[in-house]
Design a protein around this ligand. Structure first.
Ligand SMILES: Cc1cc2nc3c(=O)[nH]c(=O)nc-3n(C[C@H](O)[C@H](O)[C@H](O)COP(=O)(O)OP(=O)(O)OC[C@H]3O[C@@H](n4cnc5c(N)ncnc54)[C@H](O)[C@@H]3O)c2cc1C
Ligand code: FES
Length: 269
């Protein structure tokens, strides 16, 4: 596992996706590369711009969207005051970043791998498909509410086939659920691997079908986090009877340092 560190990084740029101008809500934040010796897709960072000052004491967690030899990229959506403040970052601003944190998604080069992304859950899969040694064994299904231009789909599409389903009216949700069911069932029949990241209702649906069809499935959780390193107990998840450590079965574990990625049958949602 890579050594974690806290680095003061510099903003290279902040690129809006979808609607631009005052109303932008989706951004790729490109920072100078931290001095880590490695990282795994699915890991995350705690981000705290210097501009948070005394008003916003806690860092915010974001999946590592991608990392190259020169930079670290996070992709975020404006939700509240922290991400609003991040949307005002400019080239040259300083940001403290702790990472790489948590575990990563399983990578099994020869296994048919189905990526299921809901909304901003697409972010960690950019790094995943970029690093996968045999991307022709990977496919993605993407459910989203906002226009496709709001998300980094081009960075996925150049590596693996991506089917997207946009939800704009009530019937679209039924279609997404039906498609999830079919794709998870097919993957289970091929003895494949399902990896999912997205909002809680999306993950609950994926988990239900994965358990029903016996699919091998990992879920990336986005519980609210404060410390990101297992100290505050603010992010806990309940385990099931299949959790690998007998003493913790049916108990609570920190999502930040036992996850954020869990096998679907080992946690309750
Ligand atoms: C491991 C992990 C990885 C994440 N990766 C990404 C990512 O790649 N891109 C991205 O845009 N977001 C990601 N998130 C969610 C992101 O951390 C929150 O959106 C952010 O912390 C909100 O901060 P804020 O100050 O703007 O909002 P706050 O003012 O703290 O809250 C505003 C609203 O956002 C909601 N909110 C806060 N935290 C979360 C959360 N964790 N999940 C869902 N809703 C939340 C609150 O309930 C509230 O309604 C991730 C979260 C975790 C735990
Ligand atoms: S965020 Fe503090 S224990 Fe997980």
């Amino acid at each position: 596992m890579s050594q974690q560190s806290s680095c003061l990084l510099t903003v290279l740029d902040l690129v809006p996706f979808g609607q631009t101008g005052q109303d932008s809500r989706f951004f790729a934040l490109r920072l100078t590369r931290p001095d880590w010796d490695g990282w795994r897709p699915g890991q995350f960072v705690m981000v705290r711009p210097v501009s948070f000052g005394l008003e916003i004491p806690w860092a915010r967690p974001f999946g590592i969207c991608h990392m190259t030899a020169r930079h670290l990229i996070c992709f975020f959506q404006v939700q509240g005051k922290g991400t609003q403040r991040m949307a005002a970052l400019r080239e040259g601003d300083k940001v403290r970043v702790w990472g790489p944190l948590g575990n990563g998604f399983a990578v099994e080069p020869e296994t048919p791998t189905l990526l299921l992304a809901g909304g901003m859950g697409i972010a960690p899969f950019v790094g995943y498909v970029n690093q996968h040694p045999k991307p022709w064994n990977v496919a993605m299904l993407f459910g989203h509410r906002e226009p496709l231009s709001c998300y980094p789909v081009d960075s996925i599409n150049e590596h693996v086939p991506l089917d997207s389903l946009r939800e704009t009216e009530p019937g679209d949700l039924d279609n997404l659920i039906f498609t999830l069911q079919e794709r998870i069932r097919d993957n289970a029949e091929q003895k494949g691997l399902v990896l999912a990241c997205g909002p809680l209702p999306f993950l609950k649906t994926v988990r239900r079908f994965a358990l029903e069809y016996g699919a091998r499935c990992q879920l990336s959780l986005e519980n609210r986090m404060a410390c990101g390193v297992g100290a505050c107990l603010g992010c806990v998840t309940r385990t099931t009877e299949t959790w690998p450590v007998p003493a913790k079965r049916g108990g609570l574990v920190q999502t930040c340092n036992h996850g954020p990625i869990f096998w679907a049958d080992q946690i309750e949602l």
